[in-house]
Design a protein around this ligand. Sequence first.
Ligand SMILES: Nc1ncnc2c1ncn2[C@@H]1O[C@H](COP(=O)(O)OP(=O)(O)OP(=O)(O)O)[C@@H](O)[C@H]1O
Length: 458
Amino acid sequence: MSDSVWIVEDDRSLRWVMEEALGEEGHAVRSFADAESFRDALDRETPGLVVMDVRLPGADGLSELDWLAGAKPGLPVLLITAQTDLDMAVTAYERGAFEYLPKPFDLDEFTALVARGLRAGRGKAPELDRKARAGDALVGESPAMQQVFRTIGRLYQSEMSVLITGQSGTGKELVARALHENSPRARGPFVAVNSAAIPAELLESELFGHEKGAFTGAVARRTGRFEQAQGGTLFLDEIGDMPAALQTRLLRVLSEREYYRVGGREPIQANVRVLAATHQDLGQRVAAGDFREDLFHRLNVIRIHIPPLAERPEDIPRLAEHLLDRAAEETGLPPRRFTPKAIQVLRRRPWPGNVRELMNLCRRVTVMSPTASVDAEGLPAPEAIEGTRARGEDWTRGLREWAEQQAQAKASGIAETAREQLEQTLMDWALEKTGGHKQRAAHLLGWGRNTLTRKLRS
Ligand SMILES: Nc1ncnc2c1ncn2[C@@H]1O[C@H](COP(=O)(O)OP(=O)(O)OP(=O)(O)O)[C@@H](O)[C@H]1O
């Protein structure tokens, strides 16, 4: 195969820069300013690789890709694009580009990609089920998010397990959804389970379901999350918190692709893609003996890491705009906009609650701001925003999941049960903390000593 590289790009200076860089690497280079002259030349000769801009006069690079798939199957195309969203990443791979490169790009990266493209042929890409693609947009312009998009784009025809890491609120679940929506399973269900929010003893039946009478309280047969995710994707959030016995069981299900309900005898086929997420350092947990190494390797086939929001302030302007729009949609109020000064302040904040914190700030501003435009003075203090709290303090999320579970188990009197468990937990904690000193425990809880004594008796 020829080593020559053809460039289809209407921007003269960019064309020149690329020509120079590739010439220095020893490639024979030919350039075209539009799709028509490129097609004419292709009638007579075939290069080793094509570098093509998505936006061209008279035609766009994407339809050129479609045409090339028929006219010159196997010819690798490196797509360059000014559009940097996830959709473009997926579309590029889906239409058969072997790689795509968002502008502005690094020339070394460019020449390295060209060299790789020349070595590899061009793979045939199957059609993606586009109708099923919707959901909440994943926004990000920082190099780190571009890398995330690229990985999602590359995996669009894949069934591989992916481990998503990042602090709470960085968007791990959204990334999992994007992986699902851009996969062959897009029409199937996406089911999320948070291992940290469900008590260890309930997690097994939550995942695998149970038969009627499997244990006290199992009054009816219940389908588990694995069964609900059949044909689709199961997202296991906070996988690091999964108890050891369940880790073993999960590993078995993943390798045997079948499982039993709790108390069940019929094996159930598991046609489920598993995506997992964690805010912990799982490698370290493996080293400490708290997480099964074999399960870790099984889940960690591909790793997507999302850095904290404070490490990618470039994402804040677009993200803030997107989240303000989302808040406006949710509340039915007119969309607010931050002034450049307000954005400057937001870019410098520490964001311990990451994107979730920014989302909450946007919701608050949407409801509270008297004007459409929000200046730095109109920004709520960081402490005032929910989601700023460190992980673990936001126990209401766990509570919601618990309530959902109770509802599914058709339990009645949910609030009363919750109140009893809440008080019992707080009393146990306070007594433990004070070494059993009732007076001090009561003080900690903000109760009188008699109230505590009475509640302990009931
Ligand atoms: N890049 C992004 N673009 C748009 N919205 C985002 C992005 N990242 C996060 N969000 C939004 O921020 C919120 C938190 O994201 P998500 O629930 O995915 O985080 P998480 O990492 O799974 O958090 P946790 O570990 O606490 O479960 C969601 O409302 C999500 O839609």
